[in-house]
Ligand binder design. Structure first.
Ligand SMILES: NC(=O)c1ccc[n+]([C@@H]2O[C@H](COP(=O)([O-])OP(=O)(O)OC[C@H]3O[C@@H](n4cnc5c(N)ncnc54)[C@H](OP(=O)(O)O)[C@@H]3O)[C@@H](O)[C@H]2O)c1
Length: 389
């Protein structure tokens, strides 16, 4: 049997051993199927036992699941630097109830964060969420805290942050939550935050770069940069640089960058196709709020991909995620037009409860909805937040 052979246990006469010409593979969702190379056919049932099976648990440390251009799932072992079509968990499959629909994915847009986190215990994990006093950040922080993690709410306004901490403690008085000051519009504040965090000598297992601003009129920060660009991208970029050593020390760890599908509607190249960095922090005359937001979200995506490339060999993964469209948070507060649009869209969009699953589940594992980022997907949000166990 291929899986056992892979695990170095090929000398077996188990009833699960496949007849010659058969091979077992897995789908993206972890279902096992069987391919017969002689007859060129596939089936869900084991050719000998008739059982349907699926893989159990997370991938081993250092492994990652990818999908090739033909939609075929393959696995990358970053530690030993090899690639295989065999799921390393195939040696440990479990029977599945055949009456269960095999096409349904485990999580979808209506799944709530609590459903995703059911049975998870994050005791001993340290999670840092930026912009955690409201919206997606608050729900994310709360869900982790209610599942045992030590959660730090990194917010620019301490009274709003303390109120958020109290709201979480009201739900569970034993929750380990604390607020710290972080204003992403001030690079000095980011630096102070990182110093204060490091002074605590804590690990950092999950860093959620969530804080964001949208539809702002043109303003410059104290650092002389356009505000949307600095808050949404550059401040987070700097934060991750400053905390990189802590993340690496805490590996396995992960960074989750809350981006947006709207990254598609812009680019940062000029008309000749060359990278035009002046577009990132434009002057007032070249400024359009929507475009500035989209560009900052494109930066989120590119940053996350590059971070992943650089840090994953050291056990720190990074994924960008689109949490859902037009969810009713306070993101629209800077413009009455968007306030109206978000209000009208509210009955048809995801609730905060459903959204935060995106930040948490490994919906973060369906194929890309972006040509730029092979890891960017609504349903991946939730899974991305699960620290590897
Ligand atoms: N809602 C959606 O439909 C949607 C769609 C796609 C992507 N997203 C992304 O999701 C993320 C969260 O947005 P949300 O919808 O939850 O909006 P939200 O409720 O407005 O939350 C944004 C958070 O960011 C914080 N923040 C803003 N400026 C900051 C700064 N200078 N320093 C530190 N924190 C700052 C806010 O703090 P204050 O309360 O102090 O302002 C707030 O806690 C954003 O990155 C957004 O781009 C949202």
């Amino acid at each position: 049997m291929a899986a056992l052979r892979y695990a170095g246990l090929d000398d077996t006469d188990s009833e699960d051993e496949l007849p010659p010409g058969w091979e077992e593979r897995t789908t993206k969702d972890g279902w096992v199927y069987y391919a017969n190379h002689t007859e060129e056919k596939t089936q869900w049932e084991h050719p000998k036992t008739g059982k349907r099976r699926r893989v159990a648990g997370d991938l081993p440390y250092g492994w990652e699941q990818e999908t090739d251009e033909n939609g075929q799932v393959f696995f990358v072992d970053h530690i030993n630097k090899r690639t295989t079509y065999l799921d390393p968990r195939l040696a440990f499959t479990v029977d599945d109830n055949p009456t269960k629909p095999t096409t349904r994915q485990r999580y979808d847009g209506s799944t709530t964060a609590m459903e995703i986190l059911q049975g998870r215990d994050f005791t001993g994990r340290v999670v840092l969420v930026t912009g955690a006093n409201s919206g997606i950040g608050f729900e994310t922080a709360k869900s982790f805290a209610l599942h045992g993690a030590h959660v730090i709410l990194a917010c620019r306004n301490m009274s709003r942050a303390s109120e958020a901490v109290s709201r979480i403690l009201e739900e569970w008085h034993k929750a380990k939550v604390e607020a710290m000051t972080l204003d992403l519009a001030v690079l000095r504040s980011v630096q102070h935050f990182a110093e204060a965090f490091k002074a605590k000598n804590m690990s950092l297992h999950v860093l959620v770069c969530n804080a964001g601003t949208f539809a702002l009129p043109w303003t410059l920060t104290k650092d002389g940069l356009e505000t949307t660009f600095q808050v949404n991208h550059l401040g987070h970029f700097y934060l991750v640089q400053l905390l990189q050593d802590v993340l690496c020390r805490s590996a396995p760890a992960r960074v989750v960058v809350v981006s947006s599908e709207s990254h598609r509607f812009t680019d940062i190249n000029d008309s000749s196709g060359k990278l035009d960095l002046s577009r990132l922090s434009p002057s007032q005359s070249d400024y359009w709020a929507m475009l500035a937001y989209n560009r900052s979200k494109l930066c989120n995506l590119l940053f996350s991909n590059e971070l992943h490339r650089r840090l994953s060999p050291r056990g720190v993964t990074s994924n960008a995620v689109h949490p859902g469209n037009m969810m009713y948070s306070s993101i629209h507060r800077n413009s009455w037009v968007y306030m109206l649009l978000f209000t009208l869209a509210r009955p048809f969009t995801k609730s905060m409860d459903q959204e935060k699953q995106s930040v948490k589940s490994q919906g973060w594992l369906h194929p890309s909805n972006s040509q730029i980022n092979g890891r960017h997907s609504v349903h991946l949000f939730a899974k991305l937040l699960f620290p590897p166990r």
